[in-house]
Write a protein that binds this ligand. Sequence first.
Ligand code: PMP
Length: 285
Amino acid sequence: YDDRDGTIWMNGTLVPWREANVHLLTHAMHYASSVFEGERAYNGKIFESRKHSERLIFSAGEIDLDLQYTVDEIEAAKVETLAASGLSDAYVRPIAWRGAGEDMGVSSSRNPTHLAIAVWGWGNYYGDAKTKGAKLDISKWKRPSPETIPCFAKAAGLYMICTMSKHAAEAKGCSDALMMDHRGYVAEATGANVFFVKDGKVHTPKPDCFLNGITRQTVLRLLEQRGIEVIERHIEPQEMADFEQCWLTGTAAEVTPVGQIGEFTFEVGALARGISEEYEKLVRI
Ligand code: PMP
């Protein structure tokens, strides 16, 4: 991803893609002091753009990062970067981090905070799983408790276990891993929230120790408009044996039906397909 044409917005200016570099002694690289966003533009417009900017500022606050940009300034920067990319359908990645500076210890509050925004084309996150249904492994890593880490922030530190989980799943021929939470309840995939269907009702984990995704919230609204009952609660892994349909939601994943999680199988049913199609239409309105 580093060797390509284009520009990346860094601290207020667009710089050539290949020159958008940081120093080796960047605090974030050593101590995970960074937060980021994942957004998608459709037909030249970023879906739920303000919500993502607001979440970036929230995440920065959660990890004690003094991000010196307002929502409006971040919005303007994203518009500028997207326009410069020449893309109308694109993935948008703002990232804020603690840089190199006066200190190189764990504490380095005097080091500057940076913000950058990169935009690139990113097709279907799960490839042909969108029509066939994704196959997921179950991760051995658990989502940490809110007492362990600021679990509602989209912070880099939380993704270490996601990458390990996803690599392990891919080694078994799966597209992703489902993670349980610290209590053993079903939590989420490594970059997406999860929904299940049983007897016409939707069941989804209560987001009390992981990201309440923006796509998740959009899908909850779509279900409400359809008059479908949604139960947000703690879900035991064994309950997956009785669930009929399953799908994942996320900005990158959009709405992707799931065919299998570990030993449990699901049909790529009418509701999973229907919500997926409805989401695709909504983001382009
Ligand atoms: N959980 C995790 C761990 C994620 O990385 C993402 C993607 N940001 C989500 C859930 C879904 O969030 P959203 O719908 O806001 O993209």
